[in-house]
Write a protein that binds this ligand. Structure first.
Ligand code: 13P
Length: 252
């Protein structure tokens, strides 16, 4: 963590959990704890709860994210949500290319790229998720897989002077499994990603990119992960669903 260069971000991805009332209640509890946190705090509720949660977090230190977006502003795309709709509802961030979308919903590096461009055009901060599967790690492909996801995801993206980007390293084998990567594995990958970012993006954007770790982050391991030199935050799934548990993570 290097707070002098980058304000750490701890983000909760609520995935397909919580009705509107459940989301509002958790968001209210979180607003009460977030003010004293030494990090920026963000939550990504399901689409159905965005408007109601936006009303709770507006003007508070809790930022709002969507879990995905379509790259077109509007159109005949049944079931999709556009960047215009997300900024209208009050989102500042959007998660893009989560491994669950890549695994179960046909997300590719090309669609990730289109979504990143759309997010930036609408001044939404993209959280680009990358990560290797267990089989890829075992066959020593981790770094080539991550390099491809980064390079293809960011290829030709027209960053502006005021653009922001967040990258989340989420090893697929550590998501929801209770198997956290070791701090050595995390630091090794984050240092590699930092190198890719430095090579691909211009300063000062490159220096401002925060790299989050995600995969079975919990109160018990948050502090050792956050203390790694190239870790700028965490993307938390299961342990962000309870405000009391998430509170212990944001106050690691
Ligand atoms: P878990 O924290 O439940 O492992 O999920 C991580 C994740 O996928 C966050 O986006």
């Amino acid at each position: 963590m290097n707070p002098a260069l980058r304000k750490p971000l701890i983000a909760g991805n609520w995935k397909m959990y919580k009705t509107v009332s459940e989301a509002v209640n958790t968001a209210r509890e979180l607003v009460a704890c977030a003010a004293s946190a030494p990090v920026e705090v963000m939550i990504a509720p399901p689409f159905t709860a965005l408007a109601s949660v936006a009303a709770v977090v507006r003007g508070t230190p809790v930022a709002l994210a969507a879990q995905n977006l379509h790259w077109k502003n509007e159109g005949a795309y049944t079931g999709e949500i556009s960047p215009v709709m997300l900024t209208d509802v009050g989102c500042q961030y959007v998660i893009i290319g989560h491994s669950e979308r890549r695994q179960f919903f046909g997300e590719t590096d090309d669609t990730v790229n289109a979504r990143i461009q759309a997010a930036l055009t609408h001044k939404l901060i993209p959280i680009l998720c990358v990560g290797e599967t267990e089989a890829q790690r075992e066959s020593h492909e981790t770094f080539s897989v991550l390099d491809k996801q980064m390079v293809k995801g960011l290829e030709g993206v027209p960053f502006a002077a005021d653009s922001h980007l967040v990258v989340a390293y989420e090893p697929v084998w550590a998501i929801g499994t209770g198997k956290t990567a070791t701090t050595d594995q995390i630091q090794e990958v984050h240092a590699f990603l930092r190198g890719v970012i430095d090579k691909r993006l211009d300063n000062p954007l490159a220096k401002s990119v925060r790299i989050l770790y995600g995969g079975s982050v919990k109160p018990e391991n948050a502090s050792e992960i956050m203390n790694m030199p190239d870790v700028d935050g965490a993307l938390v799934g299961g342990a962000s669903l309870s405000a009391a548990t998430f509170d212990r993570i944001i106050h690691f």
